[in-house]
Write a protein that binds this ligand. Structure first.
Ligand SMILES: CC(C)(COP(=O)(O)OP(=O)(O)OC[C@H]1O[C@@H](n2cnc3c(N)ncnc32)[C@H](O)[C@@H]1OP(=O)(O)O)[C@@H](O)C(=O)NCCC(=O)NCCS
Length: 169
C-alpha cells in the first residue's frame, strides 16, 4: 500500500535524490530544505511499503509533491514519480492531494510551470482542469516553460453582495 507521508527538513536529502532521478537538472538537499522552509510550503512523500530507503522497486519511496500556499493562490514547487511506479495513477493522486490541501488552506487557484516539451506532465495537469496561462521563455536551461493554472473550486464570497442589507418587505 502506498501512503502519503508529510515531508519535512529531515527528508531534504531523500527528496533531492528522488528529484535527481526524475529531472535532468537535479536540485541539492540544501535547495530542497530551502523550499520546505518557505512560509506556506508543504509536501508529501509517497511511501510504498513503509520504507524510506531508496530502491528501484517496492518497498521504497515512490514519489513526492511539494507545494506552497500564499493567500488565495497555491503553487506546485515540484512533483515527481520514480520510473518503476509511473502510469499507475500516483502522479494524479499526488496532484489531487496538493490541490485538496491547498483548497483547505484557502487557495482558490493553483499555478505551476512545466517544460513545453513535457507532454506527459501536461496531460496529467490537463486531466485536472489546468489550462495554459502563459509562457516563460528559456525558463529551463534555455527551454521554454508553460505556466498553467488550475481552479481549486473554492467559491469566494463576494463581500459586497454578502454585506448588502436585505430589502425591507
Ligand atoms: C509526470 C509524472 C509525475 C506522472 O506520474 P504518473 O504516476 O506516471 O502519472 P499517472 O499515472 O497518475 O497519470 C496521470 C495522467 O498523466 C498523463 N500521463 C502520465 N504519464 C504519461 C505518459 N507517459 N504518456 C502519456 N500520458 C501520460 C495521462 O493523462 C495520465 O492519465 P491516464 O493514465 O488516465 O491516461 C511522472 O511521469 C514524472 O515524475 N515525470 C518526471 C518528472 C516530471 O516531469 N514532473 C513534472 C514536472 S512539471
Amino acid at each position: 500500500m502506498i501512503e502519503l507521508v508529510p515531508a519535512s527538513l529531515v527528508h531534504a536529502a531523500l527528496l533531492a535524490g528522488m528529484h535527481g532521478i526524475c529531472f535532468t537538472e537535479a536540485w541539492s538537499a540544501d535547495a530542497m530544505a530551502g523550499l520546505l522552509d518557505m512560509p506556506g510550503a508543504e509536501g508529501v512523500i509517497a511511501v510504498d511499503g513503509q520504507s524510506l530507503t531508496p530502491a528501484m522497486e517496492p518497498p521504497g519511496p515512490a514519489g513526492m509533491v511539494l507545494w506552497r500556499v500564499a493567500g488565495d493562490e497555491a503553487e506546485i514547487l515540484t512533483i515527481a514519480v520514480l520510473p518503476p511506479w509511473r502510469r499507475h495513477g500516483l502522479g494524479r493522486r499526488l496532484l489531487d492531494h496538493a490541490m485538496a490541501e491547498s483548497r483547505t488552506q484557502g487557495a482558490a487557484a493553483m499555478f505551476l510551470e512545466v517544460a513545453a516539451d513535457n507532454v506527459n506532465a501536461q496531460a496529467l495537469y490537463q486531466s485536472r482542469g489546468f489550462v495554459q496561462v502563459g509562457v516563460r521563455k528559456g525558463y529551463y536551461a534555455g527551454k521554454d516553460a508553460l505556466v498553467m493554472r488550475g481552479d481549486l473550486g473554492r467559491k469566494l464570497i463576494n463581500p459586497i453582495a454578502f454585506c448588502r442589507p436585505h430589502k425591507a418587505k
